[in-house]
Write a protein that binds this ligand. Sequence first.
Ligand SMILES: Nc1ncnc2c1ncn2[C@@H]1O[C@H](COP(=O)(O)OP(=O)(O)OP(=O)(O)O)[C@@H](O)[C@H]1O
Length: 644
Amino acid sequence: MDFSNQLGLLDSINEKTLEENSSATTSFSLSGWQAKGVLRAIDCQWIEQLAQHTQEGNLSENNGAVHIAGALCSAYLGAGHICIDLATLWQSPPEGVDLEELRVALGNSGVKSVAAWCEALQASRLVSLAQNVAERPMVLAGTRLYLYRYFQYEQQVLNYLKGQFAVAPFGVDAGLLAQLFPNQSDTVDWQKVAVANAASLPFSVISGGPGTGKTTTVTRLLALLVAQSLAEGKLLRIELAAPTGKAAARLTESISNAKADLPLSDDVKLAIPEQASTLHRLLGSEFGRSRFKHNKENPLHLDVLLVDEVSMVDLPMMAKLIDAMPTHARLILLGDKDQLASVEAGSVLGDLSYGIEEVYFQPEWAQRLGHLTGEKLAPFGNPSAPPISRALTLLRTSYRFDANSGIGHLAKAMNVGDSQAVLRCLQADYADIEWRAPEEGQTKADIATLAKGYDEYWEAVRQNLAIATLYDVFSRYQILTAVRQGEFGVEKVNVQLEHYFYQRGRVKDPHVWYPGKAVMLTKNDAALGLFNGDIGLCMPDEFQRLRVWFMQPDGSFSGLLPSRLSEFEVVFAMTVHKSQGSEFDQVALLLPMAPSPVLTKELLYTGITRAKKVFTLWGSSGLIRAATSTRIQRYSGLIDELWY
Ligand SMILES: Nc1ncnc2c1ncn2[C@@H]1O[C@H](COP(=O)(O)OP(=O)(O)OP(=O)(O)O)[C@@H](O)[C@H]1O
């Protein structure tokens, strides 16, 4: 995490105007909290630099309560939260600190209530107030405390959304809509409603689980928008994007499949693009620069932007994307709100769709959509629905998993956090799921059994099949781990798998590049046009030189000398986090033996829903039960600002 901007803000504090805050010195022990894992080294450095800076500059910022809040703000950001909530912390301190310890530490600097903590922050020159934001390291909004830059990101998103809510709805051609959805049924066709809704608005979100027809729906939406604009003699500039190369490749494939089924003319089909790019590529990432080529001053050249797999988009990226949107353009976000949130801070899709299960639409909006679609939407009107609810539709019916699908039932049970139902599913006789509880005393992963899924791949490598075929075979099976470290962590499992392949004669030397080695990039490489998460397979070229082959956005493959890759890891196993945006025919999800805070219902749901045909869960009933009832919570101001 780069704090340079945060620290740079200290320079802008006007020393002369600073007042004495408190004479107490920082009363909690940074190193003590670091040793307990409450703070990271970077959190301690950040707050130490604040304290040092303020003292060296004759600033009397010796307020322990401010330093505690600042250190926690930084630590929570590292754990994915956009802000901390002082009122929540006052009742439930961070893991590793007991309430008494926190209260005593705060009490030492005169803070004996949440209100007093807020007052101490308000009085600090390190903090500005949300109502009157100044360039200071932190911002206080009610009881929420942010690092300055993250407050700005959140405001950018909120201001954009509020601007979109004020735009008058666009007209929608009900005849075309009916043509796109010819089938009638007794139940509400939410795909049709989603299209009518998104076509009416400059900003919309469509959320749905696996196989609920998200791509089918947005392809019809794009067809409707294209047909409407062609009728007006205009050609829409549409762009498709996703957070990772893999997700972009999947979007490309599924849009081109869905286009084939459209009941509209070839003119319309031709005007719908198939090629999706990564968000980084779309925004123009430039080597060595954190700023994108496209931004407010140089907006994207498009009329409609569709972004898939939005659960993976973090708040800074969403803010940068919004910044680069031309004012007239539509933004359509697609994703599964129940999946794991982004690796970096924020949970934008989750926050936007927070209340979607119950609220639905404002009554007049439900009526408008009802007229447009012919669907009976009156029961879904709710006078207290906030403006954001208008922009959301939820697709619930899975067309991939039928009533006999264990994966479908398991995903549903996991999603509602029903551990009994999850265990019942795992024990039932479904053909597509398998549960392997650990043996008594088992301490290592069963590598031989896990490795079996790669037999087909190694046979393809042996036959030196074309790289496209190899890539396809490799993508059919994936071992997923919940954690990085330990016997059941991705690092060790990969080492053991390579060693196992070596023992079986499939790999000559696991310490060097070998035919069949599969790697995943762990960092964007703008110079090579490759992105974090891209998968490369090592195979010889026609001159028998080993190259690592990556799929390009157009589906072709380019081979790079292995020496050109700098940051990557072996990927016979990958973490569930890294698997987001990908799907595989067969998935084996490996849980650790010991409890871990990363074991949550979102993690297991994401792992389960990566599987299209067969899912195997390796883990004990105790851990599965615990994970099913643990939810990820990420603090931000978006839910409060949008839903209450
Ligand atoms: N209304 C529908 N009736 C019948 N089949 C449908 C319907 N909508 C989608 N399908 C089919 O369901 C399958 C999944 O659809 P689609 O790929 O659009 O879903 P998705 O939500 O985008 O999936 P994923 O989870 O892979 O992103 C496709 O085979 C599609 O043709």
